[in-house]
Design a protein around this ligand. Structure first.
Ligand SMILES: C[S@@+](CC[C@H](N)C(=O)[O-])C[C@H]1O[C@@H](n2cnc3c(N)ncnc32)[C@H](O)[C@@H]1O
Length: 221
């Protein structure tokens, strides 16, 4: 049987637009994206389709404890918090105090102010601290500096409850991951992260190739 041919980049983009038209961003998330742009912050919040998916996955996981690495202005934080049950908590790690402050404002506006804790500083240090405190999480969203993705994955596995879900964004680095001429530290780290996600026996996983690529893994119990 012949395989259907892969969509061209234009067809891929049209498919993403098609799904976004059917699931438009709500006013709150639109206003978060707009505030980030107006503040001159990097416009790198998670893609709308993956934001919706994060909410669904957190809800499906049933966890009461989610961890986000990379808060920016709070877009993904709102998506994650929306999937938590009443009394659930989001711990969010962010390097820049001014970004964490904006994220906090947006989480408060979304009604999740009491459900989120921000830890400011390099995420690797915050992760060590969480480990020392004996914390465990049922859902992780890795979305910070790409050079540290392999270390973030290892830390997430150490902090995982059995069956925890790990999601990681931007696996393709806008085409650089697959470009053999690109070999910078972020690209090399992302290739290592992708290999580990795909091959590590501690994980059951897949990669979604839409947008900039999303890894999904379950930590085996
Ligand atoms: C892609 S943005 C996060 C987007 C956010 N997850 C969302 O979808 O709304 C990456 C964030 O990681 C933060 N970051 C970069 N290096 C970091 C580090 N070493 N530790 C913690 N956060 C870091 C950046 O300041 C930035 O806010």
């Amino acid at each position: 049987m012949t395989q259907p041919s892969s969509p061209s980049p234009e067809e891929f983009a049209a498919q993403e637009r098609y799904s976004e038209e059917r699931y438009p961003e709500d006013g709150l998330l639109r206003s978060v994206r707009q505030a980030i742009a107006e503040a001159g912050m990097p416009e790198v919040s998670v893609a709308p389709g993956y934001g919706r998916l994060l909410t669904m996955l957190v809800r499906l996981s049933g966890t009461r404890q989610a961890l986000e690495i990379g808060a920016l202005g709070g877009y993904s934080g709102i998506c994650l918090a929306r999937g938590l049950p009443a009394g659930g908590r989001l711990t969010s790690l962010e390097l820049k105090p001014e970004y964490a402050a904006m994220a906090r404002t947006h989480l408060e506006a979304a009604g999740f102010g009491a459900a989120v804790d921000y830890r400011i500083g390099p995420a690797l240090e915050s992760l060590k601290q969480l480990e020392a405190e004996g914390r465990r999480f049922g859902f992780f969203f890795i979305d910070a500096d790409k050079e540290n993705y392999p270390d973030y994955l290892e830390a997430a596995i150490r902090l995982a409850e059995p069956g925890a879900v790990i999601a990681g964004d931007n696996l393709f680095l806008r085409g650089r991951t697959l470009n053999p001429a690109k070999n910078g530290p972020a690209v090399q780290a992302m290739r290592r992260f992708n290999e580990t996600i795909a091959g590590d026996p501690r994980l059951e996983s897949t990669i979604l190739p839409a947008y900039d690529g999303l890894a999904l893994a379950i930590v085996r119990g």
